[in-house]
Design a protein around this ligand. Structure first.
Ligand SMILES: *[C@@H]1O[C@H](CO)[C@@H](O)[C@H](O)[C@H]1NC(C)=O
Ligand SMILES: *[C@@H]1O[C@H](CO)[C@@H](O)[C@H](O)[C@H]1NC(C)=O
Length: 405
């Protein structure tokens, strides 16, 4: 009687303890991650994330790309969304060596097709990436179909041709993502706040902000931390390296496009939603505002010799434009009078002011032209360009500190 049951109990106990041990080992895979010892596992590789492709809870981290040796060529393509009535003949005439991927969104027989004409340029950009993810050139430029636009670069005559011709592909390779516009306004810094109280919206400067609420962020990046602000340069024209595009899982581009296809938001605003997250998608930074002088210098070869000199140039331009506006008011008054059949004669005070304004404007235009030429010359010198380019390198950084003498 005594020999039987106790043995059974001890057998059950042993099985139970074994199960417990197995369960414990499964729960705690190795002592190094138990929290009692230092975690020696390697940190996640940049561009690699531990969750699934659609786990947005840990923002992607990217490492800087490497440029090819100086003088190398970069294969590239210009992705162009357009409607049938938009004219892009300027591209064949001015940038014949740039391969184009044209998407005529309202043409059912277009060569390159989008699933639906919705969300403006966003549908085209995402569709290009999805369809060419395994077959990308070194640099992909995403631009609108019009050649001139207020949001192109002022120093390049607001001309898209200049952007394409002068673009430094090395910068794109290094940084992975580059907004083609250098000027911060609008979009940088401190732009979209998802928690902006109703009374504080600026419907003239940021019409899209009222749409940028928390639930939209959560639909687009479910699980990602809510950013205090999203800020990046406006207007949805940018260049991305192949490497950077491919560091973002393809599933994400499908996910973004599905959001665009299913959202009930008006087209003009769903497009603008993306305008302020392209930089987040491709850099992982909620705020991405590279220095303007550096963008011009490294990006296009206009090197003013530093942030202050760059700012001085634009201060001069503002002052020149102010004078020009004043001059225009006098001219407009003359025009008005002419329409009414009168001739307006200025007194001596006004005549003197007009001639002073004309003289000042001419002088400033001359100076600015000279400064722009000098900036371009500086831009031709790789050493000067490097002086004005972002750097993590600290080996010579103390050369710039004030010398104690
Ligand atoms: C780059 O392209 C140009 C023009 O096609 C060519 O003349 C040049 O030899 C190329 N350079 C290299 C390094 O391949
Ligand atoms: C000259 O004309 C301007 C504008 O018409 C006027 O405001 C100003 O008072 C005039 N000055 C003199 C000295 O008459």
């Amino acid at each position: 009687m005594l020999a039987g049951p106790p043995r059974l109990v001890s057998l059950l106990t042993i099985v139970f303890i074994l199960c417990l041990g197995w369960w414990y080992l499964r729960l705690v895979p190795s002592p190094s991650t138990s929290g009692l010892t230092i975690d020696t596992s390697p940190p996640p590789k940049p561009g690699y994330h531990t969750g699934g492709a659609l786990d947005f809870s840990i923002p992607l981290r990217f490492k800087d790309g490497t440029a090819k040796p100086p003088g190398s060529n970069y294969t590239h393509v210009l992705v162009v969304p357009k409607t049938m009535k938009e004219d892009i003949r300027w591209m064949a005439a001015e940038i014949p060596d740039t391969p184009l991927a044209v998407y005529e969104v309202d043409n059912p027989n277009a060569e390159n097709k989008v699933p639906q004409n919705k969300g403006r340029e966003v549908m085209v950009y995402l569709t290009y990436i999805i369809d060419h993810y395994d077959d990308l050139p070194d640099t992909v430029l995403f631009m609108h179909s019009h050649r001139h636009a207020w949001h192109n670069n002022q120093l390049m005559g607001l001309d898209g041709v200049q952007i394409i011709r002068r673009l430094n592909h090395e910068r794109v390779a290094r940084m992975g993502f580059m907004n083609l516009r250098c000027h911060h306004e609008p979009g940088c810094p401190d732009w979209i706040h998802m928690d902006r109280p109703g009374g504080d919206f600026d419907f003239f400067k940021k019409p899209e902000e009222i749409y940028w609420r928390r639930h939209v962020w959560e639909e687009i990046h479910p699980g990602a931390p809510i950013p205090p602000t999203i800020s990046g340069i406006c207007c949805a024209q940018f260049a991305v390296s192949r490497e950077r595009i491919r560091q973002v899982p393809l599933e994400r581009f499908h996910h973004y496009r599905n959001w665009l296809l299913t959202t009930t938001m008006d087209d003009q605003f769903s497009g603008r939603i993306f305008e302020y997250i392209w930089h987040y998608i491709f850099t992982g930074h909620e705020v991405y505002c590279p220095a303007m002088n550096t963008c011009y210098c490294d990006g296009y070869g206009f090197c003013f010799g530093g942030r202050q000199k760059f700012a001085d140039y634009f201060k001069k331009q503002d002052s020149r434009n102010q004078k020009f506006e004043e001059l225009k008011t006098y001219e407009n008054q003359k025009e008005e009078a002419k329409k009414e059949g009168k001739t307006l004669e200025w007194n001596e005070t006004v005549k003197a002011r007009i001639s002073e304004l004309q003289k000042e404007i001419n002088r400033m235009d001359g100076e600015m032209q000279k400064e722009r030429n000098e900036a371009q010359e500086r831009g031709n010198d790789p050493k000067m360009r490097k002086e004005e380019t972002e750097s993590w390198d600290s080996t010579h950084i103390w050369d710039y500190a004030p010398k104690g003498d």
